[in-house]
Design a protein around this ligand. Structure first.
Ligand code: NI
Length: 227
């Protein structure tokens, strides 16, 4: 399941990110690639130890922690500290690959199982040509190119690629989430239930069915969550 989450970053926060990225010391994207993805990865990436990366990480992490839709969809247990990439010029594409199942954060020493992959788009889609994130799932291919500040969440098990950027530059943040609910289908069910309860409460108030369904949601989460 692909979930698009609009306006994860406000326009003010987005500008802060862009200012930091404008003076960032970019490196070859191969710094975090596995041996297989290294053969198809051709982009720029911000080294983790840089001051800009640290500042950008806390901006994205703060935004995520305040986003109810993200928290409901991902049910995060651990979030890999966000990384940042740029597709431009000759370093402009990333061919088909599946992300590594477990990521090791070199700074904290923590391991994160990649139940979900996330991309936050940082460039205005009109400012570059190409650069669609193409994700394959059981329902076929989806080309994703969102407004700056919007995010897409998709199962970490998905085959995906970034199409060549043929004009301009595509900047994005990408990271992975280990969820309290490991199975995609269970997580999807909980998310759909949460959204339906929200709508019920908004239209009917905290009526008895809404209270009972909220109880069912939490009892399912209790049954399935690994914390
Ligand atoms: Ni990937």
């Amino acid at each position: 399941m692909l979930i698009e989450i609009p306006e994860v970053l406000s326009s003010q926060t987005l500008q802060q990110c862009r200012d930091l990225l404008a003076c960032a010391p970019w490196a070859d994207g191969l710094i975090t690639a596995g041996t297989q993805s290294a053969q198809v990865k051709n982009n720029w990436q911000l080294p983790e130890q840089t001051q800009q990366c640290q500042a950008l990480r806390s901006i994205i992490s703060d935004a995520l922690s305040q986003n109810a839709l993200f928290l409901s969809a991902a049910l995060p247990k651990r979030i890999f500290p966000p990384l940042f990439n740029r597709y431009e010029g000759e370093h402009n594409t990333f061919g088909n690959h599946i992300d590594n199942a477990v990521r090791h954060c070199t700074l904290s020493g923590q391991r994160v199982r990649t139940d979900l992959s996330a991309t936050v788009f940082l460039s205005d889609p009109d400012s570059y040509e190409g650069g669609e994130l193409v994700i394959e799932d059981t329902y076929g291919q989806h080309a994703v190119k969102l407004a700056a500040g919007d995010m897409v969440l998709y199962p970490g098990s998905s085959l995906h690629r970034v199409e060549p950027v043929t004009r301009g530059a595509r900047l994005a943040s990408f990271f992975w989430i280990e969820s309290m609910v490991r199975e995609t289908e269970r997580r999807r069910l909980l998310f759909e239930m949460d959204m339906a309860i929200l709508e019920l409460r908004n239209t009917q108030g905290d009526c008895t069915p809404a209270i009972n369904l909220t109880g069912c949601y939490h009892n399912l989460l209790r049954m399935w969550a690994d914390v």
